[in-house]
Every structure is written in structure tokens, then in C-alpha cells.
Write a new protein. Structure first.
Length: 262
């Protein structure tokens, strides 16, 4: 393991783990100041396999970053449960969990910036904004509707709608409704790590992706740096992540040791 004060101090292999928001496939600029980057499409068995791979390929500590923008607390809890098993034996002290990439508050702010970039102040009254994301579950989807309301009242645009890819309401349905309500233009902005709308339709503004690779890399570097600082104080972040989805509406209770095999 890398020792504090060595030439490798402050570095870590980074594992980004994604869920329904698409965080595992984001384009990331090289994190040369941190270490190699690994990806996991799930916080369960795939994450176990990827972390063990990272441990085998490098002597650096391994930092896992849950790639949620703030609407997938279960991703964080599942990652923590997986790491409880991995971070044992010879790997003890080498595996740690960072804070989630984003929060609902950050997501609201990022969306407000995206709206401001497409909203012409003179013609804003004729603009409809549609926030899109992959359909997930009723709790995480409901959180998107709550965030959409905050974006509408804070960004001072006439209305903000939500469309769910693979769910209800669909993007096609929402675009049609906006046109029927008299929108001269409709800006489609992803509220996850997805690309733009890809809809070649007159008067539809493609506002995606929400974050560019430079922004994603910068946020990742921040999360890893914070986690390394906590690790130096003996906190691997895993215990804090176990209850991330508590009280979120998933029907679960706080994590207990008896649940570790679930």
C-alpha cells in the first residue's frame, strides 16, 4: 500500500460505478494526478470484480466513486455493502468509498445553468424546458419531478416538464404537449449523464449533455481528494455509505450486519 509521504502519496486508482443515471459510461479526461481509472456498470457483483482487478493491477489504494447526480441513493448503499466484503483481509485499508459524485442540490444548480444557456431572456416566455432521464423507480423518478419544480421557480422560465426515457411520460408525449400549449421552442436537457435528446425536430433545442468531460473530471478529482483526506484519518467512508438509501422510500431500513448477505 502507498505510504503517506512517499512519491505516490495523494494518488489512488479510481473506480467509477454507475447506476440508472448512466454514470459508468461517462467520458472522463485523464486523471493523471490521481491514478488509473476503472469502470463498473453495477454496485454489486461487477463492482466486486472491478475492485479486485484494480487491487491486482496497482499498489495504489482504490477509491470507489458512486456516479449518481443525486437521485440514486441505492447506488451508494449497494456500493458500500459490496465494499464491506472486498475491503477485508489483505485489502483492508486499501479500499475506500468517496462521497457520491453529485447531490440533488448540485443537480438543481447544474440544470439551472443549462437552462440559462439555452434561454434567450427576450423570448423566455415562449420557451418550454424538458428535463429527461432514464426511468428508474417511483422514488427516484419522483425526485426528478421535485427538482424540475425547483428549476422552474429559480430559473424563471414559464414551465419545466419531465420526460422519462423508457417510462411515462415519454419524450414524444411531452414534446407534443409543449407544442399544444403554445411553446415556440422546447429545450431538452438531460438530468442524468445521458447524451442530448437526439430529436431532429424543428424548434427543439438539444441541451445535452449536462456536464462536459472537463467538468466531470474536475468533480471526480474533488471527490477522490476529499476521500483520500478522510482515509488519512482512518475513515474509509464505507460505514457512512451503508445507510445512504435509508428513508428514501425504497422500503428498506437502516443497514445492519444481519443484512450483509442480502
Amino acid at each position: 500500500m502507498t505510504l503517506p509521504g512517499s512519491s505516490e502519496a495523494g494518488r489512488a486508482a479510481v473506480v467509477i460505478v454507475g447506476g440508472h443515471e448512466g454514470g459508468a459510461t461517462v467520458e472522463v479526461e485523464p486523471l493523471a494526478e490521481r491514478g488509473p481509472l476503472f469502470r463498473s456498470a453495477s454496485a454489486r457483483q461487477p463492482l466486486d470484480e472491478v475492485v479486485r482487478q484494480a487491487l491486482d493491477r496497482t499498489d495504489l489504494p482504490v477509491c470507489v466513486v458512486p456516479m449518481t447526480l443525486g437521485r440514486d441513493p441505492q447506488l451508494v448503499a449497494d456500493a458500500a455493502r459490496t465494499l464491506m466484503v472486498v475491503a477485508d483481509g489483505a485489502a483492508a485499508g486499501r479500499v475506500f468509498l468517496a462521497e457520491p459524485f453529485g447531490t440533488a442540490t448540485l443537480l438543481t444548480g447544474w440544470l439551472r445553468v443549462a437552462v440559462a444557456q439555452v434561454a434567450d431572456p427576450v423570448q423566455a416566455k415562449d420557451l418550454a424546458v424538458v428535463l429527461t432521464a432514464k426511468a428508474a423507480n417511483k422514488f427516484d423518478d419522483a425526485e426528478l419531478f421535485r427538482i424540475a419544480h425547483l428549476v422552474r421557480v429559480q430559473a424563471e422560465v414559464p414551465w419545466v416538464e419531465v420526460a422519462l426515457r423508457g417510462g411515462d411520460p415519454s419524450l414524444a408525449e411531452v414534446l407534443e404537449r409543449c407544442e399544444q400549449l403554445g411553446a415556440a421552442r422546447v429545450a431538452v436537457i438531460p438530468a442524468d449523464f445521458g447524451p442530448g435528446s437526439g430529436v431532429p425536430r424543428p424548434r427543439v433545442i438539444d441541451g445535452g449533455p449536462l456536464l462536459n468531460p472537463s467538468m466531470i473530471s474536475g468533480m471526480l478529482a474533488t471527490r477522490v481528494g476529499e476521500a483520500l483526506a478522510r482515509l488519512s484519518r482512518g475513515d474509509d467512508g464505507i460505514a457512512a455509505g451503508l445507510d445512504a438509501d435509508h428513508d428514501h422510500g425504497h422500503g428498506g431500513t437502516a443497514w445492519h450486519e444481519s443484512d450483509s448477505d442480502a
